[in-house]
Design a protein around this ligand. Structure first.
Ligand code: FNR
Length: 187
């Protein structure tokens, strides 16, 4: 039996009806069986403040760090806010990166997907995120790149992906990501 890997899905949008979450759900459904997924919630993480860190760190930070330490890889699916990543996502990266020397991200393989109502597909957010991942020492899959543009029309009212071209693309992306995780996961 081939090895299986647990992947944390981090959605950059906190919105209940987030289209990026629909993209993430479609990706997890299309992915090979070697990957299992769990969405890790980032909306309740207090803003990172070094003064609050240490033995009495907020329990949301400790729980998030424990959870992220236990996974083999991370799939980021994010909107673009003002040509960058939403603050909630950047905050999650910062929380997970500390205390210094104990980063939960170190060496974990990552996939990056950005989605937007606009035609550029969140390119700016995608690449700002990649800039942080370089410093966090996360091997981020380079190809295929995933900029899901004009995504308002891709799903029906039940959140089901109805666009065949996007489904084919997401399937290819998920398959490449499974290979990437198998190559880079530490466990
Ligand atoms: C946006 N949006 C947006 N879109 C884009 O393509 N480039 C951008 O820079 C921005 N900036 C931006 C800032 C803020 C504060 C908001 C709330 C929105 C629009 C964005 O793509 C759209 O709201 C998506 O639907 C957000 O993704 P979710 O929440 O549906 O996953």
């Amino acid at each position: 039996m081939s090895k299986s890997f647990e992947i944390a899905v981090i959605v950059g949008s906190l919105r209940k009806e987030s289209i990026n979450r629909k993209v993430a759900n479609a990706l997890t459904e299309l992915a090979p069986d070697s990957l299992s997924f769990r969405e890790v919630e980032i909306g309740s993480l207090p803003f990172y403040n070094p003064d609050l860190d240490g033995d009495d760190a907020p329990k949301e930070w400790s729980e998030f760090r424990e959870c992220m330490k236990s996974v083999d890889g991370v799939l980021f699916v994010t909107p673009e806010y003002n040509r960058s990543v939403p603050a909630a996502l950047k905050n999650a990266l910062d929380v997970g990166s500390r205390p210094a020397g104990e980063s939960v991200w170190d060496g974990k393989p990552a996939g990056v997907v950005s989605g937007s109502l606009g035609g550029i597909g969140g390119f700016g957010a995608n690449h700002h995120l990649r800039q942080s991942l370089v410093f966090l020492n996360m091997p981020a899959m380079q190809q295929p790149e995933a900029y899901i543009g004009s995504f308002g029309d891709l799903f029906d009212e039940q959140g089901v992906l109805t666009n065949d071209g996007t489904r084919d693309f997401l399937k290819k992306f998920a398959s490449a990501f499974a290979d990437w995780v198998a190559l880079h996961a530490k466990g």
